[in-house]
Ligand binder design. Structure first.
Ligand SMILES: NC(=O)c1ccc[n+]([C@@H]2O[C@H](COP(=O)([O-])OP(=O)(O)OC[C@H]3O[C@@H](n4cnc5c(N)ncnc54)[C@H](OP(=O)(O)O)[C@@H]3O)[C@@H](O)[C@H]2O)c1
Length: 328
């Protein structure tokens, strides 16, 4: 099956190519970058030397001959490709924020008009699998909302308040250097940002509502000096107290058929490079603390996108994604 990656020079694009190299049915035949058109892919992604002989091309939709396309481009760019590719008969997984929220919410949160809106399944397969199976287009969720929602999902409908506190690695910001990601500012340092206003809050609230929760949802992210990973501590304030055994049973039952959910102490080192989400949960009555760890570029982006592609194409959902984490 032929795969195109629009935005292949970035972090998520590179990770898609790395993971798809181990997929039994997919072959990446097109990798785009406007700035690097004509440059061999392995000059930018040296980790992929020997795994891809492609050269970057310009993202011209008419020239894309593929069965599936991933859009690993910034928000507002994806909406200029999505509809055209679908009309060419290509299945599309969009990694950007462009189709994750209803049009009016997107426009309010991102402060830009949506120029090609259509409704799309929200691709956290553990929660929305039915909508993703055989779909033509899937909107891949944000990295923070993935880890946060998976941590709280089993208890969401019993909560009156959910507070997400996340620590993220620097690759979450993409490969464009900035003062925030400058080494002396981020190395050996930890700090919060967008204390109450991060755009991913809207997705978290949307998912809580989808899970039948009326809880107030809050979110504060922190930048930590690691390349990959998101650790989210969810403080789930319950309407009625729940004992540890009851909470544990609820979580284990909820995720009993989910290959990518593991119950163990969540540490970034254990999920790095993998599509797993590790979860630990502890109750103290009306407050339950649930912590999740994911790799922002895998379960938080490209791995989950391939999981969605597998569902869309009728493949084994785990194809290409069974690798263990990389530690140390
Ligand atoms: N990094 C993460 O952890 C993460 C997690 C979840 C979701 N995402 C989302 O995934 C998308 C990609 O993220 P990233 O971190 O990989 O970003 P990135 O490292 O900045 O890469 C962006 C890619 O998009 C291309 N691009 C930029 N503007 C474009 C346009 N108008 N048309 C076509 N190509 C364009 C870039 O190449 P050229 O400019 O050379 O064309 C580059 O290949 C974003 O929407 C991001 O929010 C990222």
């Amino acid at each position: 099956m032929k795969v195109a990656i629009v935005g292949a020079s970035g972090y998520a694009g590179g990770e898609l190519i790395r993971l798809l190299a181990y997929h039994s049915k997919a072959e990446v035949v097109c990798a785009t970058s406007r700035k690097l058109a004509g440059t061999p892919l392995d000059q930018i992604h040296p980790q992929l030397k020997g795994f891809s002989n492609l050269t970057f091309t310009n993202p011209e939709t008419d020239a894309i001959d593929a069965d599936v396309a991933f859009l690993a481009v910034p928000h507002t760019a994806a909406m200029t490709y999505a509809g055209k590719l679908v009309s060419q008969g290509i299945k599309v997984v969009d990694l950007s924020a462009d189709y994750r929220l209803p049009k009016d919410v997107f426009e309010k949160v991102y402060g830009v008009p949506h120029t090609d809106y259509f409704k799309a399944p929200y691709g956290i397969p553990e929660l929305h699998r039915k909508d993703c199976i055989n779909a033509t287009f899937v909107s891949n969720p944000g990295c923070f909302p993935t880890g946060a929602t998976l941590a709280a999902a089993p208890l969401a409908k019993y909560a009156h308040t959910i507070i997400y506190d996340s620590k993220t690695g620097v690759s979450g910001a993409g490969d464009n250097p900035s003062a925030t990601t400058h080494y002396p500012n981020v190395g050996d340092n930890v700090g919060p940002y967008k204390l109450t206003t991060h755009r991913h809050l809207a997705e978290m609230q949307q998912e809580a509502a989808f899970l039948g929760s009326k809880a107030a949802v809050y979110f504060t992210p922190h930048l930590v000096p690691v390349n990959r990973g998101i650790l989210t501590t969810a403080h789930i304030l319950l309407k009625e107290p729940m004992e540890q055994k009851e909470v544990e049973k609820l979580y284990h039952d909820y995720y009993k058929n989910e290959y990518f959910i593991r119950f163990q102490k969540p540490v970034l080192g254990a999920v790095r490079g993998s599509n797993f989400c590790d979860i630990m949960v502890e109750s103290e009555g009306t407050r339950v603390v649930a912590v999740s760890a994911i790799d922002n570029l895998v379960k938080g982006a490209s791995g989950q996108a391939i999981q969605n592609m597998n569902l869309m194409c009728g493949f084994d959902e785990k194809d290409g994604l069974t690798g263990a984490g990389v530690f140390p």
